[in-house]
Design a protein around this ligand. Structure first.
Ligand code: MLC
Ligand code: AMP
Length: 509
């Protein structure tokens, strides 16, 4: 059964209309440029090393950098891998890439060589923006021909190419994600997809140029990049960049920078809530949580101490933002709210999968027609792989996942990927990896193993050492259980629900 109930609520205020094309802006940088031209002296971005950069400085730096990239021979449509910690240089170089029509491939800085090789082999980038010596080495080992550049882009100046002319349907980003299957695929997001999502968030969250965001989310995933960075550029607001998340720094920065916004994953809110200075959150206009479920108890705890009702929203790499609690109306803990402007949402099947449509939804995975055929329904709706329901107040609730996915601290871990590596260990006969509830991380990666010889099983440390840099450290198991056998159904498929803590089949190590 498919329910396409019209939603009773809307994020739009009286007289507001949603225009996905943003008055024909065409591409991201044309929309951003409106602000740069209007007030070039206004503050745009801050980092702890260089201080503030104005809008005009960003416009000029990005233009120059586009000239340097063009002098290297890069042309519109070329892919460029970007994997670096947040800084003004990274932002200016990122903006330069999009202005000249390059397709950015944001990549987690924690990836090891194997994960990086897959992205490089698939996206075939001509250049990479990287900020660590070990990364430079890794990339040269994978492919000598890729230009390896630092975010500062120390290259000879070149003739500035045509800027801000990408057509709306041109790809802006290829973001690697495993979607509903185990193997990472590149979700291709166009300029039009990103513009539509930024416009929806501007309207829903009343985001204006008077806002200042504390941005400690990494810029290589959709939350930091597509929501935080794009939203700031799109609304003409400003943002303070942090290369890492430190609760005390965020809380002190609220007053120091006269900030109005903070966006984070639930793990960040868990750590902020535990800090003695958490009351500082009350100084913000809006706190948003996403990328994983925000426990209702954490929402209530923060509200009790700070008065701040954290606004939870729901999105995906493939779709940008989909559903949000209201800015003005009742924020309902445990729910993700109402579909954002432009987003159509329906529930399909039993248990009901959330399916979506809209100008924000990507058109498919990079060079994967086989997977694309399964990712969308015949009538064109994207299957999120998330299970949902609509409560009696008309709010969307996420009640589970049809896809095998663990979300730890906002990072996605695919059990299959971890199992495939562990299975290579000579002392291990069988393995199943699941996510177990964790107050701090949301979920933690837990491995259940069956050993070849029951007198000789590897410890967690030995197993993690064995995995080494074949998997980013956040994908490594945090807990190891040794069991006699994995529970399987008649067809031999592992019944992972029977492995949930408390249902362990044999002695644990
Ligand atoms: C770090 N570690 C993690 C981890 N992050 N382990 C499990 N899960 C994580 N998320 C591990 C490291 O590997 C290391 O392990 C140890 O913790 C310390 O590393 P760290 O770098 O100092 O960690 P920390 O700074 O504390 O990072 C925690 C965090 C970070 C919450 C700040 O994980 C983070 O920035 N999360 C945000 C992810 C995000 O942006 N998601 C958005 C996806 S987009 P060891 O073993 O080496 O000690 C999306 C769409 C949407 O989902 O809707 O938004
Ligand atoms: P990613 O592939 O990294 O973009 O992760 C997207 C997935 O994160 C979604 O499909 C959901 O499973 C999950 N997600 C994002 N926001 C929320 C939220 N507020 N509550 C529950 N799950 C969420």
């Amino acid at each position: 059964m498919t329910t396409a109930k019209p939603f009773i609520h809307s994020h739009l205020g009286r007289g507001e209309v949603f225009d996905a094309s943003v008055q024909g802006a065409g591409n991201l940088s044309s929309a951003w440029k409106r602000h740069w031209d209007a007030s070039p002296d206004a503050r745009a971005f801050h980092d702890p090393i260089r201080g503030w950069m104005s809008r005009g400085e960003l416009a000029e730096a990005s233009q120059k950098r586009a000239g340097r990239l063009a002098a290297l021979g890069l042309v519109p449509g070329d892919r460029i891998l970007v994997s670096a910690e947040s800084s003004l240089d990274l932002v200016a170089t990122y903006v330069a890439c999009l202005r000249m029509g390059l397709v950015v491939v944001p990549t987690n800085t924690a990836y090891g060589e194997r994960e990086l090789s897959h992205v490089i082999g698939d996206a075939r980038p001509r250049a990479a923006i990287i900020d660590e010596a070990s990364r430079v080495e890794q990339i040269s080992k994978i492919n000598q021909d890729i230009h390896r550049l630092s975010p500062l882009l120390e290259l000879p100046e070149g003739k500035i190419p045509e800027l801000d002319v990408a057509p709306p349907g041109a790809p802006a980003l290829i973001c690697y994600t495993s979607g509903t299957t185990g193997h990472p695929k590149g979700a291709v997001l166009s300029h039009a997809n990103c513009l539509a999502s930024a416009e929806a968030l501007r309207l829903a969250w009343k985001w204006t140029e008077a806002d200042r965001l504390l941005l400690s989310l990494p810029l290589f995933h959709m939350h930091g990049l597509g929501v935080g960075l794009h939203g700031t550029l799109f609304t003409g607001a400003s943002a303070v960049l942090f290369p890492s998340f430190r609760p005390e720094e965020i809380l002190a920065s609220i007053a120091d920078f006269e900030a109005t916004l903070f966006f984070g994953v639930p793990t960040m809110y868990h750590r902020l809530a535990a800090h003695s200075e958490v009351k500082a959150l009350s100084g913000l206009r809006l706190c948003v949580s996403g990328s994983a479920p925000l426990p209702a108890s954490l929402h209530a705890g923060i509200e009790a101490v700070t008065g701040q009702k954290v606004l939870e929203r729901y999105g995906m790499t493939e779709t940008l933002m989909l559903v949000s609690n209201p800015y003005a109306g009742e924020r309902c803990p445990g729910s993700v709210g109402w579909p954002l402007p432009g987003v159509e949402l329906r529930l399909s099947g039993e248990p009901a999968e959330i399916q979506v449509r809209g100008p924000n939804v990507f058109s498919g995975y990079w060079e994967r027609p086989d997977v694309n055929a399964l990712a969308f329904t015949e009538d064109g709706w994207f299957r999120t792989g998330d299970l949902g329901s609509i409560n009696e107040d008309g709010y969307v609730e996420i009640v589970g996942r049809a896809k095998e996915l663990i979300i730890s601290g906002g990072f996605n871990v695919y059990p299959r990927e971890v199992e495939d590596i562990i299975r290579e260990h000579a002392k291990i006969e069988d393995v199943a990896v699941i996510g177990e509830d964790s107050e701090e991380w949301g979920e933690r990666v837990v491995a259940y193993i069956v050993v070849v010889n029951t007198d000789d099983h590897p410890s967690l440390e030995v197993l993690r050492e064995f995995i080494g840099d074949r998997l980013a450290p956040y994908k490594h198991p945090r807990i190891l259980h040794c069991v006699d056998a994995l529970p399987r159904n008649a067809l031999g498929k592992v019944q992972k629900h029977r492995l949930v803590a408390g249902a362990v089949l044999a002695d644990e190590t």
